[in-house]
Design a protein around this ligand. Sequence first.
Ligand SMILES: *Cc1c(COP(=O)(O)O)cnc(C)c1O
Length: 412
Amino acid sequence: MANRSAPRVASSPVTRAVRAGLGADTAHRAVMPPIHLSTNFFFDAPGVYAKYDYTRTANPTRDLAAETIAELEGGCGAVVTSSGMSAIAVSTRLLSAGDLLLAPRDCYGGSYRLFSVEANRGAYRVEFVDLRDPGSLELARRLRPRMIWIETPSNPHLRITDIAAWARVARDVGAVCVTDNTFLSPVNQRPLEFGADLVVHSTTKFLNGHGDVVGGAVVAADEGLLEEVAWWTNAMGASGAPFDSYLTLRGMRTLHARSRVHEENAVCIVDLLNRSDVVARVHHPSLPENPGHEIARRQQMGWGSLVSFELRGGRAAVDAFVDRIEHFALAESLGGVESLVAHPWTMTHASMDEPARLAAGIGEGLLRLSVGIEACEDLEADLKRALSRAEAVAGVAGETVVRRWRSVARRG
Ligand SMILES: *Cc1c(COP(=O)(O)O)cnc(C)c1O
């Protein structure tokens, strides 16, 4: 048995994630933990409750996934939910009618929609602000929110919010500080260490990492909060399915190894984009000119593998780029082993009206990459081909604009 259960020696989160649940099977001595799909569990006698009775409330496979996520984030526990959005819905159940939720203007679209609709029907009040504006810290002290929502880096511009500064305000006004850590994962950022009270994940992204589960999690810094989110998860029926939990647990075993390759590839690609003439701007926290660079250096352990950039030549250049690219699938989502490209204007941010998109700095020429773990030379060669196609079109489009301008000017 010596070798079977949790290691008795201290080990790093990397090792614990790789070995999560090994030896949990006492029936058959399976090395990898079994998957418990059962809806219900035997009672010994009426009214005698064992650890498990009904899977919505608790399930051994889901518990293993939750313990692993909590360990990775350095929390006291976690709940695993059916999606990132249900994790967000569960977290905001800590708010009552009249309570104020302070949220970033450029938070995830699904969060924006949920917060707005819930506020409209009186579940709580919401105020969307720019969390990077130093004035908003003062505003928060005046407004005294009950919950402060952070999402860093932001989507799609990868802007950085100072978690420690906001956690301090939250403590001063008695608010719960929540951080959506989906874009970086606990390998690159651990918000609880900077004073956040809850960490929310769409495990659909990096934690599962293989593009085959929609899931979520809420990690709590203390027992009181954990009890509350667990209560709501069960009451709302938001808990994750055992099979999804199993896949997510399997995904997390390789999270650190995957993240190293994601990071290496992303750094190469940022450099390549930066040197391209058809790229007007690259957004990535690793760039010293990025306004959040210093904060990212302080609170992140890695720069992350999401990169966005603006193509000269607008929509025509985007269409040419996307038509030529082969190793980046045109799809939403992020954080999987496979590289993806998204066009926020027509995809992730299409539900915002045009003026709102433009005000948020989302133009037709903006593209977002989720850099996968393929061979870097393949990704680079592919990007070079697609960029040169975009460049050819951007040149033509540029001339067309100039020509149109001239003819307008002549007529005028
Ligand atoms: C995808 C995502 C969500 C929502 O997660 P689902 O699993 O799709 O419900 C929430 N926040 C961020 C930052 C995301 O990227």
